[in-house]
Design a protein around this ligand. Structure first.
Ligand code: SF4
Length: 306
């Protein structure tokens, strides 16, 4: 480790103690950020951790909608997002105005929003879901028609597992789009023993070539199995750091070296330290939106994680 890193880490950890803060990092964060975090996980695990924590301050190393979800679940804590420009392009593609228009077009549909959406969009939705529990959430609803926002590929994957009529919002994750069928075909030739595991945000042609379609949490659990020695990982490249750290001796191969989320990578060790020094940038969801968004998140929690 470089001297610069040692000094930064010492300063960050000391400030974290002084401020009674906790550092949470998403699976897609830079390795250096994952390594100083108190907890690494998917967006919902992180927010649930934030809610359980006794800390006064949450340094949320992820993207904006995740910090908002933490603010929805724990309004009394200070939620810091070390770089305020770390927004998810897919979440940002849905505006409440466009969503209201679509709801008018499909008045009998239940609106299910992927957790990768803004607090405002959650507040306009009937229920929220994650990539792990989307099928379970949709199957639990009484309505036959579902308006699913914002990820058309996750929506498409779910539509292959349910008889419900799914109206799909046309947006997608630009990072998972970079994983192409030819990458999987080539890696299967290079690593014939490897299990191919992809995230449901991938395009359907990639999903069709996979052995397993799993959320990031599901990938972590799958990688621990004794029969998995080599794994092609079809998601954002930051996931590889955690998988290698938790499973020494096993081989993890990124499905595409290009599957990098530039917004996730905006957060660095320096920015984590600066956010604690300045207690900014803070993310706080206005109370009126928070209460409505929380109803959609709570409904999902009651249904379960999947
Ligand atoms: S990986 Fe995709 S869905 Fe996740 S934050 Fe980046 S752009 Fe958004």
């Amino acid at each position: 480790m470089e001297n610069r890193d040692v000094k930064l880490i010492e300063e960050t950890l000391s400030l974290k103690r002084q401020k009674n803060a906790v550092i949470l990092a998403h699976n897609y964060q830079l390795g250096e950020v994952q390594d100083i975090a108190d907890f690494v996980g998917d967006s919902l695990e992180l927010s649930q951790n934030a809610a359980k924590s006794e800390a006064d301050v949450i340094v949320f190393c992820g993207v904006h909608f995740m910090a908002e979800t933490a603010s929805i679940l724990c309004p009394d804590k200070v939620i810091l997002l070390p770089d305020i420009n770390a927004g998810c392009p897919m979440a940002d593609m849905v505006t409440t105005e466009r969503l209201r228009g679509k709801k008018e077009e499909f008045p009998s549909a239940a609106v299910v929003c992927y957790v990768n959406s803004s607090a405002e969009v959650k507040s306009e939705s009937d229920v929220c879901c994650t990539s792990a529990n989307a099928v379970k959430v949709i199957e639990s609803l009484n309505t036959q028609e579902i308006l699913f926002v914002p990820d058309q590929y996750l929506g498409h994957y779910v539509s292959t597992k349910t008889d419900k009529k799914m109206v799909l919002w046309p947006d997608f994750c630009p990072t998972h789009m970079r994983i192409k069928p030819e990458h999987i075909i080539q890696l299967r030739q290079e690593y014939p023993q490897a299990k191919v595991v992809v995230h449901p945000e991938c395009r359907p042609e990639v999903i069709a070539l996979a052995d397993k379609v799993l959320s990031t949490g599901g990938m972590c659990r799958y990688a621990r199995r004794n029969d998995v020695r080599e794994m092609v990982v079809g998601t954002e490249i930051g996931m590889i750091h955690r998988l290698r750290k938790e499973n020494p001796g096993k081989k993890f191969i990124p499905a595409s070296e290009q599957a990098i989320c530039p917004r996730m990578k905006l957060i660095s060790l320096e920015k984590v330290l600066w956010s604690l020094e300045e207690m900014a940038p803070e993310v706080k969801v206005p109370e009126e939106i928070r209460l409505k968004a929380k109803a959609a998140v709570d409904k999902m929690m009651k249904i379960g994680r999947g």
